[in-house]
Design a protein around this ligand. Structure first.
Ligand SMILES: NC(=O)c1ccc[n+]([C@@H]2O[C@H](COP(=O)([O-])OP(=O)(O)OC[C@H]3O[C@@H](n4cnc5c(N)ncnc54)[C@H](O)[C@@H]3O)[C@@H](O)[C@H]2O)c1
Length: 261
């Protein structure tokens, strides 16, 4: 069987480490050329080297997803290197670097800027190319944190919700996904979201307490947390023609904590 993403080109934001790195490896493994966008140059280069070692084409773009000029340059560099843009994985977020103790307005605005408005910035950057191609798949990474009511996490102690701005941004990501899916459908561009449950990355180990991880594990129907590789099947599905008629949907991959729909 031919690789599902042969001759396709994907931009993975926040692809240097963690879940984004797993997405980049999986998309490359199915034949896609990858542009890794991240602020962490060294780690992004390491990831690109791993992709090249499995025979994939990969470039690194050091850029901030919240800055339009930088993301426009990423879109140009990707098009120049590979000739098209088929997939945009909006995965970058302030997460590993989150400062839970800082609830200043300035910091909360910064988090919304990167985790929410960054999605709009990245979509604006790739839109002209996808519009000209009359095709594209945009995948926004939300989170179980977008659904505190469903997780039974609201109230009691503030610690259960790592940051209100984070949760707000991640629910806004779902709103953007739906409104963009409506607006861009007639250009042949699909927009969907993945809402991962707690996933054991370096970032999670740093910012989420063991107590919360235990609570989420016991709330999961399947009784376990995720590894980054548990998320790649859904990403490949949404990136490829397997989901050709799917747009405006959130796929919750969390072991059965939230049951959407
Ligand atoms: N790990 C989890 O449990 C979990 C659960 C639900 C959702 N998510 C979401 O999944 C995504 C990846 O999470 P992760 O655990 O791999 O986190 P991570 O912090 O390890 O990775 C995020 C990456 O984004 C990059 N980044 C941050 N700000 C950026 C910016 N302004 N411009 C460009 N790159 C930037 C970071 O350098 C990093 O490489 C995030 O959107 C996160 O919110 C994670």
């Amino acid at each position: 069987m031919a690789p599902r993403l042969k001759d396709r080109v994907a931009i993975v934001t926040g692809g240097a480490q963690g879940i984004g790195r797993a997405y980049a490896e999986a998309l490359a493994g199915e034949g896609a050329a990858i542009a890794i966008v991240d602020t962490r140059r060294e780690r992004a280069e390491e990831t690109a080297a791993v992709l090249r070692a499995i025979g994939a084409r990969a470039i690194v773009c050091v850029a901030d997803v919240a800055k339009q000029d930088e993301m426009d340059a990423v879109a140009r560099a990707t098009f120049q290197a590979f000739g098209r843009i088929d997939v945009l994985m909006n995965n970058a977020a302030i997460y590993h670097d989150m400062n839970i103790g800082d609830q200043s307005l300035e910091y909360l605005r910064q988090m919304l800027d990167v985790n929410l408005l960054g999605i709009l910035v990245c979509v604006r950057a790739v839109f002209p190319t996808m519009k000209a191609q009359r095709s594209g798949s945009i995948i926004n990474i939300s989170s179980g944190a977008a659904y505190p009511d469903r997780l039974g996490m609201a109230g009691r102690d503030l610690e259960t919700v790592p940051s209100f701005a984070y949760g707000l941004a991640k629910s806004g990501v779902v709103y953007y996904m739906k409104s963009m899916a409506r607006a861009l459908g007639h250009y042949g561009i699909r927009v969907n979201a993945i809402a991962p449950g707690v996933t054991m990355t370096e970032a999670t180990r740093k910012i989420v307490s063991a107590g919360i991880i235990d609570r989420l594990r016991s709330a999961a129907a399947l009784g376990r947390t995720l590894e980054p590789t548990d998320l790649v099947g859904t990403a490949l599905y949404l990136a490829s023609d397997d989901s050709a008629l799917m747009t405006g949907q959130t796929l919750s991959v969390d072991g059965g904590v939230a049951m959407l729909g």
